[in-house]
Design a protein around this ligand. Structure first.
Ligand code: ATP
Ligand code: MG
Length: 483
């Protein structure tokens, strides 16, 4: 096969086509079997084929007892293993009185052998072979059965993931996202914020997730933008996790500064799966960096183009990192709501920022960022949520004093939460009461101290409930804990 593949390269194109056509016809006369191939990356190769994934899941379920060589992976909750067919393995399946044969294959691009920078360009596929007389059965029933069963298995085994984009550039169009299991425990229940606003956001998210037909009817891609803004420690990242947990979505944490250019950004977008939250944290910082780099680029445009050509084949991302991001604002706007943004559907795009005023108005206009959510300093209502989470109390005689102080002092939920964190683990009702008393007293002390230190600077509570001023005059620095 290899010799044939190499020899074919030296045939003129029209001769190669001619030979292939007639060989296929000749084989067809004597070979009564039909073959259907399911490549992992079909067509444009930008995105993993859904049909391939469904076949993989389907065969995985039936190969455990029959195949000799299997691959194993941890399953959805990590408690068990998922088996799938190993490469070059074969399996027979019976359906409606017919026997059908599946085989798995892996091919390497011939071009890669002759590259100055050889890299394996592997392409996996499954092949289904069956007798001609079963053609009708396969087309009308079997393929539908495989897709349905396979997709159902995929959903059952699904383990939510937290993705991040890699530095570097893959000229073979392989995935530029790497992932770990998404295990953030935040929910809207544990989020300290105004109850009505919280309900509104939850309703909006749930309506979005059920809105496929509605979005199709109004001619809009099925996606929704959220802008979360507010000072550090007010729960923006926590809310992203709560959103993903509410909707059971994956999270893509997009590091814009690691994206090489607009084309790479587009590829990243196409690689994201539906039912996902794509988040760009601290969007104001990303933009600054990209505009700074764009200015540099203008100065050194010629040199950089040469560098880019040389680095394109780099195996590790390090050199590419030096070149920096060339993502432009218009490229990024295209990412959010250009033609490409509609691929895949059912996606929430979230930007978080501490400085909403620094953002380009075009970036956050309604329609792009549909919902703007301000997360701010802790209110009494927010405090009650945190007291319930951290101390398990709904009411306490010290709450009255907290109510007096908390509204007028700018303390973030992160600071309040830090004060409420129980310092000792005891047992029995007395110990519990002591922990609650201690934590509330610490919070009250911190709030009162904040009154005396009103110089408008942001503050962080330490383990003793005291306040450390960030970047300004600090009290009792030896007891500060920065985490
Ligand atoms: N509104 C909130 N409700 C519950 N916990 C919160 C809230 N805000 C902050 N916290 C607590 O403070 C910690 C820091 O919050 P988070 O990382 O979400 O803040 P942030 O707004 O994203 O900050 P930054 O702007 O620095 O990224 C969280 O781990 C969480 O425990
Ligand atoms: Mg954050």
């Amino acid at each position: 096969m290899f010799v044939w593949a190499v020899a074919r390269q030296y045939f003129p194109a029209h001769l190669d086509t001619f030979l292939t056509q007639y060989t296929t016809k000749l084989v067809g006369l004597f070979y009564p079997y039909v073959e259907i191939t399911f490549p992992e990356y079909a067509g444009d190769r930008l995105k993993r084929s859904e049909a391939y994934a469904a076949v993989e899941a389907y065969l995985g379920s039936s190969c455990a007892e029959r195949a000799n060589r299997l691959k194993a992976e941890a399953d959805g909750d990590g408690a068990g293993l998922v088996l799938s067919m190993d490469e070059y393995e074969e399996l027979a399946d019976d359906f409606g009185g017919a026997t059908l044969w599946w085989s798995s294959h892996k091919t390497s691009s011939v071009a890669a052998f002759f590259s100055l920078f050889p890299r394996p360009d592997e392409c996996r596929s499954y092949c289904l072979a069956f007798h001609r007389r079963h053609r009708q059965l396969v087309h009308t029933a079997y393929l539908h059965h495989v897709m349905k069963e396979g997709k159902a298995l995929e959903v059952r085994r699904r383990r939510r993931k937290l993705y991040t984009n890699n530095h570097g550039y893959d000229r073979y169009f392989r995935t530029m996202w790497s992932h770990v299991a998404f295990e953030h425990p935040a929910t809207f229940d544990t989020l300290a914020m105004d109850a009505d606003r919280k309900r509104e956001i939850m309703e909006d998210l749930l309506a979005f997730s059920k809105g496929k037909d509605f979005y199709a009817k109004i001619g809009k891609p099925w996606k929704r933008g959220y802008l979360l803004y507010g000072p550090p420690g007010t729960g923006k990242s926590t809310m992203v996790a709560a959103m993903a947990n509410l909707l059971d979505y994956d999270v893509y944490d997009l590091e814009l500064t690691a994206v090489r250019n607009n084309a790479a950004l587009r590829k990243l977008l196409v690689e994201t799966t539906s039912k996902s939250v794509i988040v760009v944290e601290d969007i104001d910082c990303s933009q600054q960096l990209s505009s700074r780099r764009n200015n540099n680029r203008k100065k050194n445009k010629k040199k950089k183009r040469k560098d880019l050509e040389e680095e394109e084949y780099s195996e590790d991302g390090e050199k590419e990192e030096e070149i920096g991001s060339e993502v432009t604002l218009s490229g990024f706007l295209n990412f959010i709501d250009g033609l490409w943004s509609a691929c895949g559907g059912e996606r929430i795009i979230v930007f978080t920022t501490n400085h909403v005023e620094r953002l380009d108005p075009g970036l956050i206009r309604r329609g792009r960022m549909d919902v703007h959510v301000e997360l701010s300093y802790c209110t009494f209502e927010g405090f009650k949520v945190l007291a319930r989470n951290y101390l398990g109390v709904e009411a306490h005689r010290k709450f009255a004093r907290v109510r007096e102080l908390v509204g007028e002092r700018a303390m973030t939920p992160a600071d309040v939460a830090e004060c409420l964190m129980p310092r000792s683990v005891g047992s029995g009702a007395d110990a519990d009461e002591r922990v609650v008393e201690g934590s509330l007293a610490r919070l009250i002390r911190a709030l009162e101290r904040r009154k005396r230190n009103r110089n408008g600077e942001e503050s962080v509570g330490n383990r003793n409930g005291d306040i450390c001023e960030k970047g300004g005059q600090r009290n009792e620095p030896e007891c500060c804990t920065w985490m």
